[in-house]
Design a protein around this ligand. Structure first.
Ligand code: COA
Length: 144
């Protein structure tokens, strides 16, 4: 991983990242039940983060880069300090998600962090445990 780490960096999200972030959003596993969004709405969401930060839900939003290539994203929400992390499939399971999540917390110290993880997501659960997160809420859903 030492060699990989020297290629990795975090960059604050900018307007030009909306296409990549739209792709990343659409790669979400169906079991996440994430609402579908239009390209236009995604662009607005990114634009709001850059220009109307005060009203945005994210406190921090980074692109994960491998050299010049965009390979993922990490987020930190205002108030709840809920974190999010995504790595594109071809770069997964190489320690990059762990690196990015660790950097996110290191660069943005808080007294606590939150994670919402679906039970199917063993890799993300593994990461949460590795970073010392403890289960404190059960959230149920009934599909009609
Ligand atoms: C979750 C995610 C960000 C993790 O990033 P990653 O770069 O793949 O993860 P890492 O390689 O840093 O570490 C994954 C850990 O899970 C383990 N792991 C991998 N596959 C696993 C599996 N099927 N079951 C259990 N653990 C698994 C790895 O061994 C590693 O643990 P280790 O560090 O103790 O060896 C990435 O898989 C991803 O983007 N998934 C899709 C989006 C997503 O689910 N985001 C999180 C929403 S809560």
């Amino acid at each position: 991983m030492d060699n990989t780490n020297s290629h990795l960096s975090l960059k604050l999200v900018g307007i030009c990242d909306h296409d990549f972030l739209f792709e990343l959003y659409n790669q979400s596993d169906k079991r996440e039940n994430r609402p579908s969004i239009t390209k236009e709405n995604n662009k607005k969401f990114v634009n709001n983060f850059v220009h109307y930060y005060k009203n945005h839900i994210f406190d921090v939003w980074y692109i994960v880069k491998f050299d010049q290539k965009n390979i993922g994203s990490v987020t930190l929400r205002k108030n709840t300090n809920e974190c999010g992390y995504w790595v594109i499939p071809e770069f997964q399971n190489k320690g990059i998600g762990s690196w990015a999540f660790n950097e996110l917390m290191k660069l943005n110290p808080r007294s606590f962090y939150g994670l919402v993880i679906h039970p199917y997501n063993k890799r993300s659960l593994r990461m949460a445990k590795k970073f010392g997160f403890k289960l404190n809420t059960y959230k149920f859903i009934k599909k009609i």
